[in-house]
Design a protein around this ligand. Structure first.
Ligand code: FE2
Ligand code: FE2
Length: 367
């Protein structure tokens, strides 16, 4: 029997197909280049580093590691503390909860977080591929191609960790989905970089670092160290490319990019709540929301600022290096300053320190 003798697979109904993927219309132009000269030495260095520090998701990680999902939970995590406070509110639907339920909540929060990492990594893979197509510099195309491979590996390892070690992925949060869709649709190639390499990947570096500090699970810890090795290079790629490109833009064009950053920071909605987590635990999320709100009002907000600080500690120095903090008479500096976000302005930008993240080279004795 030959392949052509095999029956064709049954067609998948359109309604089912629509739930398995999303179509995005990109308005950017693809650029084919005839100039192959390697003139951007910092990008050449970064590309060579990326090739040397590629890791293998199958052989560099020990997938036989036994993982107990309850061991992954941080009992002092901010959301668990919030839920404990909500349980003490009069009439709370979770008033009867004991330690078993709070631990189950912790496991669901963990799955939800890893799920957002997985979906975000796929978004990064699509964005890096878009940059390969749209950026007008050969050195940047080469680098973005290595990033596309890195992001495939990241998506794959988070998906595998969820599937084999904890189970039960969550859908992409509508906020993250909107944030990435906008980048993939935009006609300007640099907006893909600004939104992904500068904003989302600065956030990802802070989020992975936060999880790494709180975990004792060896497989997850190594996976995060290796993913962060790559992410630091990706952010450096954004800083090096956009710094050069933004030096040639007009004030009006720079103002547009400053507005984009304001939209993605001060004007973005607070982290969206995830009603699915409560539904999986048998709690009516709508009935619980007022109690969570009341509990949040009684809590020390400093519980929630640690992570935020980490995010801005990466983002602000990178944006300063792009010249966007001070362009247009300090338009962005003024607004971020009013919001108290400039604390880390003078910290090292990621283009200057990305090598310090290279745990892959460290493990191999290369540095
Ligand atoms: Fe990634
Ligand atoms: Fe990345």
């Amino acid at each position: 029997m030959t392949v052509s003798d095999l029956p064709a697979p049954a067609p998948v109904p359109a309604s089912e197909m629509a739930s398995t993927f999303k179509v995005i219309h990109d308005h950017a132009e693809r650029i084919y280049l005839w100039d192959y000269e390697r003139c951007r030495t910092q990008l050449v260095t970064l590309y060579n580093k990326a090739m040397a520090s590629q890791w293998n998701s199958v052989t560099d990680l020990d997938w036989s590691t036994e993982v107990d999902p309850e061991e992954l939970v941080d009992p002092d995590g901010a959301t668990i503390q919030l839920a404990r406070a909500a349980a003490r509110q009069p009439g709370s639907p979770i008033a009867s909860w004991g330690e078993r339920e709070f631990s189950a909540l912790g496991v669901e929060l963990f799955k939800a977080m890893i799920s957002q990492f997985m979906h975000g990594e796929q978004g990064a893979m699509l964005t890096a591929a878009k940059i390969v197509e749209t950026v007008p510099w050969i050195d940047a195309k080469y680098y973005a191609a290595t990033q596309t491979m890195d992001e495939a590996r990241h998506t794959e390892v988070f998906a595998r960790y969820l599937d084999e070690k904890v189970g039960g992925a969550y859908p992409m949060s509508p906020y993250l989905e909107e944030q990435i869709t906008v980048l993939l649709e935009d006609s300007r190639w640099d907006i893909a970089y600004l939104g992904m390499q500068i904003v989302i990947e600065s956030l990802a570096l802070a989020a992975f670092g936060d999880m790494l500090r709180h975990t004792r699970e060896p497989l997850l810890a190594k996976l995060l160290r290796y993913v962060m090795s790559d992410e630091a290079r990706h952010v450096a790629f954004g800083v090096l490319t956009l710094r050069e490109f933004y030096a040639g833009l007009t004030d009006a064009e720079l103002r547009d990019r400053q507005e984009f950053l304001l939209d993605n920071t001060l004007r973005s909605r607070a982290r969206s709540s995830t009603p699915e987590i409560w539904e999986r635990l048998g709690v009516d999320a709508r009935a619980l929301m007022p109690h969570l709100g009341a509990a949040a009002a009684t809590m020390n907000s400093s519980l929630f600022v640690g992570f935020q600080r980490g995010f801005y500690a990466k983002l602000v120095p990178n944006v300063r290096k792009l010249g966007l903090l001070d362009a247009n008479h300090g338009y962005l500096r003024e607004r971020w300053g009013e919001a108290g976000l400039l604390e880390f302005e003078d910290a090292a930008d990621t283009a200057s320190e990305y090598e310090s993240y290279d745990e892959v080279a460290r493990d191999r004795g290369d540095r």
